[in-house]
Design a protein around this ligand. Structure first.
Ligand code: SF4
Ligand code: SF4
Length: 319
């Protein structure tokens, strides 16, 4: 195969993407484009992107936009092949989430934007075209692309091809991972990234399973390799701080000890927020952390100091 053929084959690889956000000032240096890959092996109770957890498109129903059958005649009801839509006594659409297969026929029928699909199959070329729109901003600000999700490792071939092509264009590249994937994939992708955000949620395997649905064994074994210099990029360990779940000094201290003993130098603490909670309603999923409030600034400061006491750099607000 010629190099031209390899390149064109690479561009045609497809992946599930549920969002692309331009002009972000988070998740890496400078001005960035964030690419969100769909599908994740974890199901964290606090996940702010639940539409990215399943490796397939997801129907979102925004009840606030539903104008009701008296105004629109409810074409969504007949459009649904699964018979998953009925009408409330007030004439508003009601979705039976058990029956809904997220095939999206109702989204074509609804002219009011009440029903949309999260997740789109895109080629590397299409995503790259979006990312390239802001190349001049990257040049001026030292920014680039950050690939997250969901979990990017589960769409290994797509993410590898995309990052390779971004590197060929000299964009700064970052990846955010939960670390639950094959080491060889992480290692291979790391050749094309400048900055790796590596999430660690809990050191206790049982608690980790309760919070995320999976044990932390694979995550910690990959983390040890990443932190001990087996990848050629900067590594920042991210800890989402969820009150009542992993916000004690012991919880954070245990992760900080693990990071420092494995050879890591940087941690970023991310305070829990409930901004994603409305998305759960739109997807017909129960949000389990309704009672949880964000940690106070005082509590976050204590935890930052705990991280620093291990000689680690705390990275909040650095980029
Ligand atoms: S979801 Fe859309 S089509 Fe269905 S009743 Fe509401 S506004 Fe009408
Ligand atoms: S790892 Fe991230 S994307 Fe996956 S469930 Fe947890 S918070 Fe959501």
């Amino acid at each position: 195969m010629t190099s031209g053929e390899v390149l064109s084959e690479r561009k045609q690889i497809t992946g599930w993407v549920f969002d692309i956000q331009r002009f972000s000032l988070h998740d890496g240096p400078g001005i960035r484009t964030l690419v969100f890959m769909q599908g994740c092996p974890l199901a964290c109770k606090w996940c702010c992107n639940p539409e990215g957890q399943k490796h397939r498109p997801q129907l979102r129903f925004l009840s606030i936009k539903c104008v009701g059958a008296d105004k629109c005649k409810a074409p969504c009801v007949d459009a649904c092949p699964e018979g998953a839509i009925s009408l409330s006594p007030e004439g508003k659409a009601v979705t039976d989430w058990e029956l809904c297969q997220s095939r999206g026929k109702c989204t074509e029928a609804c002219l009011f934007g009440a029903r949309t699909i999260a997740g789109k199959r895109m080629t590397v070329e299409e995503v790259l075209a979006e990312v390239e729109k802001d190349w001049s901003f990257y040049n001026r600000s030292g920014g680039g692309i950050t690939v997250g999700g969901g979990e990017p490792l589960i769409q290994f071939e797509f993410v590898l091809a995309l990052l390779k092509m971004c590197k060929e264009r000299f964009f700064h590249t970052a990846l955010e991972t939960c670390g639950h994937g094959p080491w060889q994939h992480l290692k291979q992708i790391s050749k094309y990234i400048d900055l790796l955000y590596y999430d660690i949620k809990h050191m206790d395997p049982q608690k980790h399973k309760e919070l995320t649905g999976v044990s932390n064994e694979l995550i910690l074994s990959n983390a040890k390799r990443v932190l001990s210099g087996k990848v050629d990029c900067e590594v920042i360990v991210r800890i989402p701080i969820v009150p009542g779940y992993n916000d004690s000094k012991q919880d954070v201290g245990a992760i900080a000890r693990f990071v420092t003993e494995s050879g890591g130098t940087m941690i970023e603490l991310l305070p829990y927020h409930a901004l994603g909670s409305s998305k759960y309603r739109q997807l017909g999923i129960q949000y389990e952390l309704r009672e949880v409030r964000p940690p106070s600034e005082q509590q976050m400061e204590k935890l930052r100091n705990r991280v620093k006491s291990f000689g680690l750099k705390e990275m909040t607000g650095v980029f």
